[in-house]
Design a protein around this ligand. Sequence first.
Ligand code: AHR
Length: 709
Amino acid sequence: MNTFQKSIIKICLGLLGLVFFTPQINAQTKLTLDLTKPGANVSPMLYGLMTEEINHSYDGGLYAELIRNRIFKDNPTTPEGWSLVRQDSGSKAAIKLIAATQDNVPFDERRHAINGALQTCLRLTVEKADGRVGIANEGYWGIPVKPSTTYKASFYIKGTGSFQPPRRPGAQQPAQPAGPVIDDNTAGPITVTIESNDGKTVYASGTINLAKSIFWKKHELTLTTAANVKPTTDARFVISTNRTGLYYFNLISLFPPTYKDRLNGNRPDLMKMMVDMKPKFLRFPGGNFLEGPLITDAFPWKETLGPIDNRPGHRGSWGYRPTDGMGLLEFLLWCEDIGAEPVLGVYAGYSLNGDHIDAGPLLKPYVDDALNEIEYVMGDVKTYWGAKRAADGHPAPFKLKYVEIGNEDWFDRTGSYDGRFNQFRTAIETKYPQLVCISTIADAQFPNLKVTTGKKPAVLDEHYYRNSWAMWENASQYDTYDRKGPKIFVGEWATREGVPTTNLNAALGDAAWMTGMERNSDIVIMSCYAPLFVNVNTATATAPKAWQWDSDLIGYNALSSYGSPSYFVQKLFSYYLGNKIVPVTAENVPTQNRPLTRRDSSENITPKPIPTIFYAATKDQKAGDIYLKIVNTTGKQEPVEISLKGVTKILPEATLVVIKGDKPEDTNTITDPEKIVPVTSKINGVAPVFTRTLDPYSVTILQLQTGNR
Ligand code: AHR
């Protein structure tokens, strides 16, 4: 080949290169907001919260109790969370669970029950005391110590010696324990401390006086830390003596200050985070927690009422035993404190192991139970359960509109939900015609299982746990829902990326999905993310990992808390929301291809291109403000032309809020809680047509002012 031929080939290759490798110049993305006519109403209940006892959401979470295993029922064989404290190795002492409910324990050990709920106690046997001897509680991954803080401690205690005097003639006589006779020197001061785990630093202390008595007595005291204390979770709670004898303990409780100073109340930091989200409702008590592993483990709302001294706790659904300190009334007060309406889930006769109770007479007691529960929530004080609520301290009925019948009953493949739902709905709506019963089976998700008996359910609960690709791919699914069909409650959903709390990519998935719910909020009337809470502690030598579900919204340890990027998306979407949907049309939205899934390959599916940009707009008719939310899921800056069609007046200044990060995996953690946070600023230059360049991996909210204010 001569030089001329070579040059020709080079030119041809060059031209080919131009054809194949010249980057495609995309036409600019345009969003047109049609302000010529008001759109449909935004649902006033659109954004709410969902909660259940999972990931130590209450015990070791929102519920402010600091003592783990306070009634010693967490494990029947060992006092989990508790240990023996011996100041001097010369002391001879031991701790042991005494379970009054077990038939195989000696009679004398069975007589220590305080009531039906407090039947297992902890015995501290002090045979020889060199210095102090006591019991220590490790808390929920530590006892949080904060400066200038007053803690309320309380516990039942009684003391004896090992020799038991004979009883009344005819009564069963106590068996004298084998081993040495231990003198009863228990009467006298008992010391209570919050101290470092090595016992060297005492952060707060107090004493009670133990009188000589064979009967239980409840003691209460306060413990206050000094102003110069450094916050730590490396602390324990100790009750100690320096005298011999047998000491019995039950219901040992320690509360830090609570939100609004409520007795048996909640952590202020977590309450504040929820208040900031402006949630319109709270869906409780689950989730799986409502159902329980077995029919006998369903949320026992009646046993969660009244003083904590009467609450035995129950098995729970997530591998640990809830105290039920967060009981039905506490859920309702939580709603009241965050300005949310309860969405009450009632047990519908189906539990997690797959057992169910068929519609008919066997289900009736469960239906009656739900009616009673509803009466407790909203009944007049003249009703039986309304009077109970009043006696519990809340005479005013709570506002209730939505009752959900069960949870995720699509798992019940027997098809029994149709009959069960109908029986519950008929009874509830007959007694309370103002209530709306929500079906947990949604037609779109489970067409073969949907409720067909009786009238169509007015609201269907859909659940979606997806990755970000699936969120982006399905973000417009509600655009095509039948407007004459039932309303949709997206009662659980999340983009599951990031552990234990979600990362930025998940937040981009969430935000895209929320634009779809928001612009369809004429039909999607309610939605709530799940799970809401996670205790982020990993396993220690004595306690297991705190969470059971990856990718949660709000993380915390005993001392502090933080919001995931998804939390900030939730908060902003709820905060910047108008009352009318503004129709938006888009042009030239770039697309992306998602990686093929196994299902794609097996079912020979070629996925459709997915938009990279998502959007929704609403208008506050009164103030005239327009809220435009735009999500850029890619790592590229994206200029977007925004047209406000039909706008007569627009102020050049607007509020801009952006959540963004450098890479999709960026996240917040307990030690780096503010890596991804929204940044608010003012921008200028807003006009009927203007351009805004979206940051890479960002959620942008624009509050535009049409000057009605
Ligand atoms: O949110 C975690 C669990 O997911 C809920 O308990 C259950 O309803 C769903 O399957």
